[in-house]
Design a protein around this ligand. Structure first.
Ligand code: HEM
Length: 156
């Protein structure tokens, strides 16, 4: 049992070390993530459509949001378990939330990543990751699986 636990811990250490090395090779380090999060959310706050939606929810709480988002990106990049929240629940019941805002979010994120990361592979990694999560948030927030359930269709 002890051996199994040790083997598992060593396996996880290996996964993390590999992830960190892969990210490092394309310029994604913890300080680079910190800078991205700080720059992106400072741009969000002065953005025409996104600013008011964020401000309505985060006024007086930005100091906790930024470290959380740094942990979020760190946990995806380095597979280190730094973030343990529930993104879908966090986006529920937001005043002014609309599906079209996700395009604005992705555009601003893409611009910020482009400004900060010279390596094309880093840009691609960020955008693929953000688009995947955005798609999954959009599905959870705006689509009801019952709409696609043909057995629930009322025949006319
Ligand atoms: C229209 C687009 C979006 C809006 C308006 C939005 C807004 C927000 C707001 C206001 C919060 C703070 C919630 C709270 O603490 O009460 C939040 C949290 C968060 N957002 Fe978004 N968001 C958007 C898209 C995204 C995308 C595309 C991602 C991922 C790539 C993302 C990841 C997160 C995460 C991880 C949190 C923290 C959740 C937690 O509390 O654990 N968001 N978002």
């Amino acid at each position: 049992m002890q051996d199994e636990l040790q083997a598992r811990a060593a396996h996880l250490d290996g996964i993390r070390a590999r992830a960190e090395a892969e990210m490092q090779a394309i310029g994604i380090t913890q300080p680079a993530i910190d800078r991205l999060v700080e720059t992106f959310y400072s741009r969000i706050r002065s953005h025409d459509t996104l600013g008011p939606v964020f401000e309505a929810r985060l006024a007086g709480r930005w100091d906790e949001h930024l470290p959380k988002m740094k942990r979020f990106w760190s946990s995806i990049a380095f597979k280190n378990g730094a973030y343990g929240g529930k993104p879908v629940q966090a986006h529920l019941g937001m005043d002014g939330m609309q599906e079209t805002l996700f395009a604005d979010w992705l555009q601003l994120f893409g611009k910020t990543v482009g400004d900060l990361f010279p390596d094309e592979r880093a840009r691609a990694w960020y955008m693929q990751t953000a688009e995947r999560i955005a798609r999954s948030l959009i599905l959870s927030l705006f689509y009801n699986p019952a709409m696609d359930d043909t057995s629930l269709k009322i025949s006319r």
